[in-house]
Each structure stands twice: as C-alpha cells, then as structure tokens.
Design a binder for this molecule. Structure first.
Ligand code: ADP
Ligand code: F6P
Length: 321
C-alpha cells in the first residue's frame, strides 16, 4: 500500500492529534504517502484532502483538539452519499483510510469497506468509552482526570457552605465517565443511564451522611441519566433544607492536553492501524484489552456493547456515604 489518508470524525477527544501524528509518522517511515482529510466524512465530499509531511505533525503529541478538524455529517447514512465519497477517494488514489472517532464514525468506515472495498481501519477516539472491543478509548482517561480536578474544586466550596452539588458529566448514553470518575473522586452518589436509580437512592445517602455529621455532598450524574432535568427540584422537594446546585461540566471535558495514558494508547493503536493496512487488512478496528493490542471487525464495536455491571455500581454506591 502506497497512499493512505487519515480523518477524525464525531466529537473530538484529547489524544486524536497524538494518534494522527503516530499514524502519519509510522506510514511515512514505511515509505507511504499520507493524506489528511479535514472535517471527517464531510471533507471527503468537499475534496478537502491534502498531502501531509512530517512538519505537519511535529509537536502534536500533547496538543488537544484535532489538527484535521472534526464534523458530523448525518447524510453519510445515505448509501448514495457514501458512493460519492468512495469515488472521490478512488479519484485521489487513496488505497487505505484510517478513521479516528467513535462508533458512529466506525459505521461510516464499515460501509465504505463493505459497499466499496475501500480499505479502512478504525481507531477508537472518544471521551465516552462506549466502544466494545477496547477497554479504553483515546480521550477517556483525560476526560476522567478533568472531572476529578473539577470535583475537587467543587467539593471545597460544597464543604465550606454545607451544600449539595450535582456534577453533570458527558458520555452520551454511556455512564463510564460518571461511574469511574465517581469511584475515583469518592462521589456521594452516582447516577448513570445503565443502572436503574432514583432520587430516593441519593436521599438515603444524604440522610446517612447527615447522621454521621457530614453536611455536604457532591454527586456525579451522567448526562444520559433519565431524571437529570428535575434532579435539583426533586431533591429540594424531599429535603427542603437542601440548596442543590447543578454544575454542567460540558465541553471542558473534551479539551486540553492528553494524559500520558491517552498518548501511549494513541501510539500503540496508531502503529497497529498502519501495520494492518500494510498487510492489506481492512474493515477492522484496533483496541486494547487486558493490556494486549487487539483487532476486531468494525461492527464488533456496536454489536457487542454491554451495559455496565450492577456489581461495580453497587460498590461505588456503598463507598458514597
Ligand atoms: P462518534 O463517531 O463520536 O460516535 P457520531 O455518532 O456523531 O460520532 O458519528 C460521526 C459521524 O459518523 C456522523 O456524523 C456520520 O457522518 C457518520 N455516521 C454515524 N452513523 C453512521 C451510520 N449509521 N452510517 C454511516 N455513517 C455514519
Ligand atoms: O461523543 C462525545 C460527546 O462529547 C458526548 O459525550 C456528548 O454527548 C456529545 O459528544 C456532545 O456533542 P456536541 O459536541 O455536538 O455538543
């Protein structure tokens, strides 16, 4: 394989740049020409495709965002739009395509291969950690650490004022950020979409804490939890003495310099992605499972996605008091 292209698609994540750098440098070291496509699948249709050189990726390992820019293009679900994109890739002589993104982006890569024979490999890049076939996605560790830092800051003021805070974190329908940041921070209650829970579960924790002379609480709630719109109101109705405040962390969770763990993950997965293309393999995703670099069919990412276990959640809630 002589000519490959890279694109980033869907929500950006810290470590996407690190992955771009590694894919480009690995491919260049093997004598391949490397092309960057700006703004994901949209960039293919716009023919926003440029030849990359080693200067383009210099100093990228620690930079947040994605130098290839990202976008969402819902029209890519339309087979006719994908046919146009496949023809453009062929017109540019692109033989292999590395897609860095989440499971939506993996769907696009899957169809480009299945329908048009474009050789594609997916690298999981999303803060949500919602892809089967890998224990971690690139960006997830950095997002967890951002939540941890914010939690510490909020806990300081919560303690000073005897207040109850609810921190809303991202993750779409996946509660991994909330659950694992909650465990790491010692949150006083965790609310995630995968496990049935109500405001009454939080009230129980708060009452136990008051009985132990703990007069503040910091709860972590995933954006996908069903009761998020009314949580402050519901808590106040049951315990009028509370002054619950919701803090939405939002997009700060996606920015900033990636952690060492995310940079290393990006490196291992980036090298593997290029090796697969070099071997002529396609329609695959790369991941890390139990410290091993693994490959699966792209469709594995969404077909094998499992809900979080009740046991992990129960331990987290036991530690919440
Ligand atoms: P992520 O990749 O982070 O999960 P999205 O779900 O927003 O983010 O998907 C990113 C892009 O991938 C979409 O805007 C679209 O261009 C493409 N995509 C998503 N789902 C599909 C699908 N079912 N078929 C083809 N392309 C898709
Ligand atoms: O998939 C990453 C993510 O940050 C989700 O956690 C969140 O639900 C979504 O993207 C936000 O998307 P946008 O940047 O379009 O607001």
């Amino acid at each position: 394989m002589k000519k490959i292209a890279i694109l980033t698609s869907g929500g950006d994540s810290q470590g996407m740049n690190a992955a771009i750098r590694v894919v480009a440098k690995t491919a260049m070291s093997k004598g391949m020409e490397v092309y960057g496509i700006r703004r994901g699948y949209k960039g293919i249709l716009d023919k926003d495709i440029f030849k990359m050189n080693s200067l383009d990726v210099a100093g990228l390992a620690g930079k947040g965002g994605t130098m290839l820019l990202s976008a969402r293009l819902p029209e890519f679900k339309d087979p006719e739009v994908r046919t146009k994109a496949a023809n453009i890739l062929k017109e540019f002589g692109i033989e292999g395509l590395v897609v860095i993104g989440g499971d939506g982006s993996f769907h696009g890569a899957h169809y480009l291969y299945e329908e048009h024979g474009i050789k594609t490999v997916g690298i999981p890049g999303t803060i949500d950690n919602d892809i089967a076939g890998t224990d971690y996605t690139i960006g997830y560790d950095t997002a967890l650490n951002i939540v941890l830092e914010s939690f510490n800051q909020i806990r300081d003021t919560a303690k000073s004022h005897d207040r109850t805070f609810i921190i809303e974190v991202m993750g779409r329908n996946c509660g991994d950020i909330a659950l694992n940041a909650g465990i790491a921070c010692g949150a006083n209650g965790i609310l995630i979409p995968e496990v049935e829970s109500t405001v009454d579960d939080i009230i129980k924790i708060i009452k136990k804490r008051r009985a132990e002379n703990k007069f503040y609480d910091v709860i972590i709630m995933s954006e996908g939890w069903k009761g998020k719109e009314t949580i402050a109101q519901d808590l106040k109705e049951r315990m009028p003495e509370l002054e619950p405040k919701v803090v939405v962390l939002g997009h700060i969770q996606r920015g900033g310099s990636p952690t060492a763990a995310d940079r290393l993950l990006a490196t291992k997965l980036g090298v593997k992605a290029v090796e697969l293309l070099e071997e002529g393999q396609s329609g695959l995703m790369v991941g890390v499972q139990s410290s091993n670099i693994v490959t699966h069919k792209l469709s594995y990412a969404w077909e094998n996605y499992h809900k979080k276990s009740q046991e992990d959640y129960d331990v987290a809630m036991m530690l919440s008091v």
